[in-house]
Design a protein around this ligand. Structure first.
Ligand SMILES: Cc1cc2nc3c(=O)[nH]c(=O)nc-3n(C[C@H](O)[C@H](O)[C@H](O)COP(=O)(O)OP(=O)(O)OC[C@H]3O[C@@H](n4cnc5c(N)ncnc54)[C@H](O)[C@@H]3O)c2cc1C
Length: 389
């Protein structure tokens, strides 16, 4: 068992909790490798606050490389593009391939930008966060440097696609940013979602509050429109006329990355309807015992688990135990059961938040301070970003 190499692919919310615990369970000598394309992970709970300028990147970045090195885990800076499940090898776009005996996949999700043509509008999917951060910073720097939003036709229209918590928080963030920055002040922010209401996973009262707050912040909300793609300066929907816009932020339909689903299907590894690796409650693939998956990249075969950072984090301890058991350590079997309800706190990015717990909903400055405390306390549990620590 001592030589079974464990590869942790993706430093997502689950593996940043699982990695140190796994090291503790297996002892110092066991070979463990963590592969991720970025040394730091933007914490999802604080991402809209970062976008709105409430937090610096340093305040809400989780230091993956430092966490790995501190736990004596080999760190590989790499971006997986394919997994050969039969040959037990992860292929990277920018480095040598990596062999494994046990593989744990926690690569998060990606938004589908739909059918897109060349040229405007600019399209920025919110997931994965690493590429969102780069693309957003490039776009914002361009706007600030040139003193205008887009080419020759200000004011610009930004369309946020989606109606769930991510889309709503991004809309609040952009509305706040507009108030804070003179160049961005010209932005028209619009949110377009397909269902009949905002926040379908939260109580109707919270959705009503969110809509009223967005409209008061100057965000136009339109529902019942299924986004299908973009071309020649406009977003296209399944019905109705194209909507001219300059920037589209895609915050709906996050699914496991396409390359992962394709690799799994090709090699006969079971995937769920959403394309995630199908796992049992111990997070082991139901078809391939050397493969584990968690967070947004996993589809639980026997229970419905929402794709959220809260659930991804809670899977961490169970994943560590399952991997240790898979490597032959005498660890009792454990399984993940998603809690039936979770506290939701949505940042309105103006010093207040909207919250929901089961059927209850609320809003106010105190809810924001509560959220801010929870998020800052969480970040403070981890070492600083210095990889040498
Ligand atoms: C705007 C927004 C706000 C959100 N706010 C909240 C919130 O407040 N609360 C909440 O519970 N959830 C929130 N979510 C959802 C949450 O972000 C995800 O559910 C959560 O991040 C999933 O965690 P994960 O562990 O699956 O992967 P992630 O945390 O997404 O991490 C994936 C990891 O895999 C790495 N990776 C990606 N591709 C590759 C590759 N090809 N090769 C190697 N490594 C790779 C990434 O760099 C990263 O380290 C929000 C989502 C969005 C879009």
């Amino acid at each position: 068992m001592a030589d079974r190499r464990i590869v942790l692919l993706g430093g997502g919310h689950t593996q940043l909790i699982a990695a140190p615990k796994l090291r503790m369970l297996l002892g110092a000598a066991h070979p463990i490798t963590l592969i991720a394309p970025a040394t730091r992970l933007l914490y999802s709970g604080m991402m809209p606050g970062w976008l709105a300028g409430q937090y610096s990147f340093d305040e809400c970045a989780l230091p993956l490389e430092a966490i790995a090195r501190r736990a004596g885990i080999e760190w590989i800076h790499g971006n997986a593009v394919d997994i050969d499940f039969r040959g037990r090898t992860v292929h990277l776009s920018d480095g040598p391939s990596c062999r494994y005996d046990l593989l744990s996949i926690n690569v998060g999700s990606a938004n589908d930008p739909g059918d897109i043509g060349v040229g405007p509008p600019t399209l920025i999917p919110t997931k994965p966060f690493a590429s969102f951060v780069t693309q957003w910073q490039r776009w914002e720097a361009g706007a600030r440097d040139s003193g205008r939003l887009w080419g020759d036709h200000p004011p610009g229209r930004v369309l946020i696609v989606g109606a769930g918590a991510a889309a709503v928080e991004i809309a609040f963030a952009l509305a706040t940013l507009r108030r804070r920055h003179p160049v961005l002040a010209a932005m028209q922010v619009e949110l377009a979602g397909d269902g009949t209401r905002l926040l379908p996973a939260l109580p109707a009262g919270a959705a009503w509050l969110a809509r009223r707050s967005l409209e008061r912040a100057g965000v136009q909300v339109s529902l019942g429109r299924r986004y299908v793609g973009a071309a020649t300066g406009a977003a296209r929907f399944a019905s109705g006329d194209p909507v001219p816009c300059d920037l589209i932020v895609v915050a709906n339909g996050a699914r496991p990355p396409r390359w992962l689903t394709l690799s799994a299907r090709r090699d006969g590894v079971a995937v769920g309807e959403d394309g995630g690796i199908q796992v049992d409650d111990a997070m082991c693939s139901i078809s391939e015992p050397t493969v584990f998956a968690s967070g947004d990249a996993a589809t639980f075969a026997a229970q419905a688990v929402p794709k959220s950072g809260v659930h991804a984090l809670r899977q961490g301890p169970v994943l560590a135990e399952s991997l240790a058991r898979g490597a032959g350590a005498p660890v009792p079997a454990s399984s993940y059961r998603a809690q039936p309800r979770a506290l939701a706190l949505l940042n309105r990015c103006d010093g207040t938040a909207i919250g929901a717990w089961g059927p209850l909903f609320f809003a106010g400055g105190w809810a924001w301070r509560w959220k801010d405390r929870i998020d800052r306390d969480f970040i403070a549990r981890f070492p600083t970003g210095d990889p040498a620590v």
